[in-house]
Design a protein around this ligand. Structure first.
Ligand code: SF4
Length: 870
């Protein structure tokens, strides 16, 4: 025990921690729990057994006697405060604290030192005259984000923080806002904070980010029925960190483009109508079409809403034709992992990032697509973990990697077989794990030795010795953790590629324990949840088998209706059925498939040929423009519910605002549609929908809103006492033993006859999200105003293209326009393009080739030609 001002407390951590525990009022300007002790500001001086010491860097030890408010300390602090005022003009909490310490600011006059002002960035404002050089910004940037934008320059009174010669907007800043969030003087602030200071904040609501599948927790600061600023909440997912989308891209919520009334097509034009008229029209037309209807649910919407969509279509309208955008991203992860391991979801948790000693990052530009997770991996690598990156692009993580396997697009299967071959050949195996937990090793070993890297380098383009080096790193690591993205899944052999990732983990026993595993990084915020809820044609809520008699009995009892007899179709097959005269009506919730699905010209034609297209949306998207009826839904800021992130964590979404105009929460609209089509529901709140989900899905049996209140729960949660499951397969796999899969390479049809063409890979940029409907309606558009086409200088020169030129990209499927971005991040022969802007039409060129097992489109490989646009 330790005594602080006569009050006893435990002696864990620093003296500052102990002072905070007993509530002693010790000022500290450079302290942040995530960053460890700084000892830059010297404000936290305390008396320890008669000596004056900084509390943040002094360890608390049993028996210590500490005083925090003696006259001597007050004099020291006042003197320190006077010096700070001589150097700077701090605002914010530092200004208030210095005044409370009795500093008046004229004792030392004003000391001259360099200071800059900068307003070049759309979100951040810098006025370094206010800076007290506490260095929190520099440390948050480096130690949380791993970005190193700031440096402390000068000596003595000239010490100051700087970011190089350029305007701040041209620095390496990734706009995460961590610097503004920690700055105690408002030397670095952001436009949201400055706006919030002019308004009276009414309340703060904790919710879950609606962009990517990391699932960061947000504090929504609300004033005058608007979110005026967003801060990162303290949660195991993001530890208060956010990215540029989660923190700043909320301007869409009150954008004038929001849909505020139902629209019905009359005389060819979408016309505002009452809810009554819109609902009656939709119900009449859906019932007229009988079971010839299909639904595409939304990974942007809540679990409860996704559950309702598939319940409505299956039990209410008699169609299993229900799918979601998992089809176009991680369906191969689910399919591949289910075949190998028995469960198609991430085996481990984000917390394992800090436990791993090696990362195998495959087909994931993590710092761009999952920025907060990417920053955590970066930090772990900077702290000493090894890193192997498999990616056709030299991504930010690839630049940090011990080994970058820059494979030819489409050669995942030969490369991952080659890595496994090295593990077997060089006996880098966990033989006990293989004997006790897997099946088929002997046959697999005979197969895999024929895939040695020396035999497959011609396919992947990677020298055998580099493959061996990567395999040795993975095989010798104690806790090798895999993460993978859409570069693994969006291929002709996507599911099979994921099985090969599972093989690697099984060979070295890296499943079922901390710091390891196979971990798909889910793309959209609730793509995990949409699949969990049964928004896929062949599986019901909780991955229940619609052909199992016990399942049929359970669902029929709870839903009060029989399940459809006909099996359902995946989204690509739904499109095919539209062309074949089968599906005649579609309901699309919150997905802009015309912009985001491949072969967009054909998607547009298919949807335009429907007898009925109903789109429930927040903006008039490219898809909504084709609809017969558009129903105005609510954004995540305007409704209650839950999202499930990529580590299977079910987290609360809480309403902070009213939906604009006549827009309504999507779950309410769905209940009204169900009632209008003769299948009324009794739900008054999403928590009741979750209760029904828990009654049907064994993985959710122990889930309730009361239990989700704080950090959420990671499924499976089999009963109300169960704490959730951070790590899957600890003791057994669902099917007993895991399977080592033998996969032969089959070249993609996308490559056929493409010898002279370039290979296009599509993906995301940091600043925007998917169709960009939300981020384009925020100041993120100033950060990235158009889609970029990355190409190597050799390819550019061969085609007479210069940096910044408009480039026409052509494939067998259509044409797109991109702005040339000459970059050595791509190898000669490979192009990369984002798809956030409808004007570019990136998905006009992507192909209709799909994964052989999961029907996921091959976005990551299209043979194209390019030329400078006139
Ligand atoms: Fe939102 Fe993903 Fe950014 Fe987190 S990392 S703030 S979940 S977009």
């Amino acid at each position: 025990m330790i005594e602080i001002d006569g009050r006893a407390t435990s002696a864990d951590g620093s003296l500052l921690d102990a002072c905070r525990l007993v509530g002693a009022d010790v000022p500290a300007f450079c302290h942040d729990q995530r960053l460890g002790p700084g000892a830059h500001c010297r404000a936290c001086l305390v008396e320890l057994d008669g000596r004056v010491v900084p509390a943040c860097t002094t360890r608390a030890r049993d028996g210590q006697q500490v005083k925090t408010g003696t006259e001597r300390l007050e004099a020291y602090r006042r003197d320190l405060a006077e010096l700070m005022l001589a150097e700077a003009s701090p605002q914010g909490r530092v200004k208030e604290t210095l005044a409370a310490l009795g500093a008046v600011g004229d004792r030392y006059g004003k000391l001259e030192r360099p200071h800059r002002r900068d307003a070049s960035h759309p979100y951040l404002r810098l006025d370094m005259q206010r800076c007290i050089t506490c260095r929190l910004c520099e440390r948050a940037c480096a130690d949380v984000q791993g970005q190193f934008v700031f440096a402390t320059l000068g000596r003595g009174a000239k010490t100051h923080i700087d970011w190089g010669q350029q305007p701040f907007a041209s620095s390496d800043c990734v706009s995460c806002g961590a610097c503004a969030a920690v700055c105690p003087t408002a030397a670095i602030s952001d436009v949201d904070r400055m706006r919030a200071e002019t308004q009276i904040e009414e309340h703060v609501v904790q919710s879950t980010c609606s962009y990517c599948g990391v699932g960061c927790q947000l504090e929504l600061h609300v004033a005058a029925d608007d979110v005026v600023r967003i801060e990162g909440a303290d949660s195991p997912v993001n530890h208060r960190q956010l990215c540029v989308k989660g923190r700043y891209a909320h301007g869409f919520a009150r954008h004038p483009d929001r849909l505020t009334t139902p629209l019905l097509r009359k005389d060819g034009a979408l016309t505002p109508v009452s809810w009554q008229e819109a609902l009656a029209f939709v119900a009449r037309e859906l019932l007229r079409l009988g079971g010839r209807v299909a639904a595409l649910s939304s990974s942007r919407c809540t679990n409860e809403e996704n559950y309702l969509v598939q319940k409505w279509f299956r039990a209410g309208l008699g169609s299993h034709d229900v799918d979601c955008c998992a089809r176009v991203c991680h369906a191969p992860s689910a399919a591949g992992m289910r075949r190998s391991l028995g469960t198609g979801a991430a085996t481990n948790s984000l917390a394992d990032i800090e436990r791993a000693d090696l990362f195998l990052v495959c087909g994931s530009n993590t710092t761009v697509s999952h920025p907060v997770t990417g920053a955590r991996i970066k930090q772990a690598v900077l702290a000493g973990a090894k890193l192997v990156v498999v990616d056709p692009r030299r991504t930010e993580l690839a630049q940090l990697a011990d080994v970058h396997l820059q494979l030819r697009p489409g050669s995942n299967v030969p490369l991952f077989n080659a890595l496994a071959a090295v593990l077997v050949e060089e006996d880098l195996l966990d033989r006990r794990f293989l004997a006790e937990r897997t099946e088929g090793f002997e046959d697999y070993a005979k197969f895999i030795v024929t895939k040695r890297p020396e035999l497959t380098e011609v396919l992947s383009g990677i020298p055998a010795e580099l493959v061996r080096k990567a395999a040795r790193l993975y095989g010798k690591a104690l806790r090798p953790m895999q993460v993978h993205g859409l570069g693994m899944t969006e291929h002709y052999q996507g599911s099979e590629g994921v099985m090969l990732l599972c093989n690697l983990a099984l060979l070295v026993g890296a499943i079922g324990r901390e710091g390891v595993g196979v971990n798909p990084l889910r793309g959209q915020n609730n793509v995990q949840g949409a699949a969990d809820m049964g928004c896929q044609p062949d599986l019901l809520t909780g991955y229940s088998d619609p052909n199992d008699p016990a399942v049929i009995e359970r669902f029929t009892r709870v839903w009060g209706r029989p399940l459809p007899a006909q099996p359902g179709r995946t989204l690509p097959k739904i499109y095919q059925s539209i062309r074949d005269g089968g599906v005649a009506g579609m309901f699309i919730l919150g997905e802009d498939v015309v912009q985001t699905d491949p072969d967009a010209n054909r998607v547009r034609a298919d949807l335009a040929s429907l007898e009925l297209l109903v789109v429930q949306e927040i903006f008039l998207s490219e898809t909504a423009k084709l609809a017969h009826v558009v129903l105005p839904g609510a954004s995540f800021l305007e409704k209650d519910g839950t999202f499930t992130n990529g580590e299977r964590r079910i987290q609360r979404v809480r309403k902070a605002l009213e939906p604009p105009g006549q827009a309504r929460a999507d779950w309410q609209i769905l209940c009204e549609l169900m009632a209008a089509t003769g299948y009324p529901q009794t739900f008054q709140h999403p928590s009741q929908i979750m209760d029904e989900i828990a009654s049907l899905a064994p993985q959710f049996a122990g889930v309730s809103y009361a239990r989700l209140e704080h950090e959420g729960l990671q499924w499976p949660v089999p009963n109300l006492e169960h704490p959730g499951t951070p790590i899957l397969h600890r003791d057994a796999f669902p099917q007993g033993r895991a399977k080592l899969m033998r996969v032969e390479y089959v070249p993609s049809p996308s490559l056929g006859g493409s010898a002279s063409k370039l290979l296009l890979v599509t993906g995301r940029a940091l600043e925007h999200y998917n169709s960009g409907s939300m981020t384009r309606r925020s100041k993120n558009r100033e950060l990235l105003p158009e889609d970029r086409l990355q190409l190597h200088a050799e390819d550019a020169a061969r085609h007479g293209i210069r940096d910044g030129d408009r480039v026409l990209v052509s494939s067998a499927f259509g044409q797109a326009l991109g702005i040339a971005d000459l970059s050595d991040e791509v190898a000669p022969g490979t192009l990369f393009m984002t798809f956030h802007f409808p004007e570019s039409g990136a998905n006009n060129v992507t192909s209709n080739v799909v994964d052989r097992l999961a029907d996921c489109p091959e976005y990551k490989l299209t043979a194209v030609e390019i030329r400078r646009a006139d």
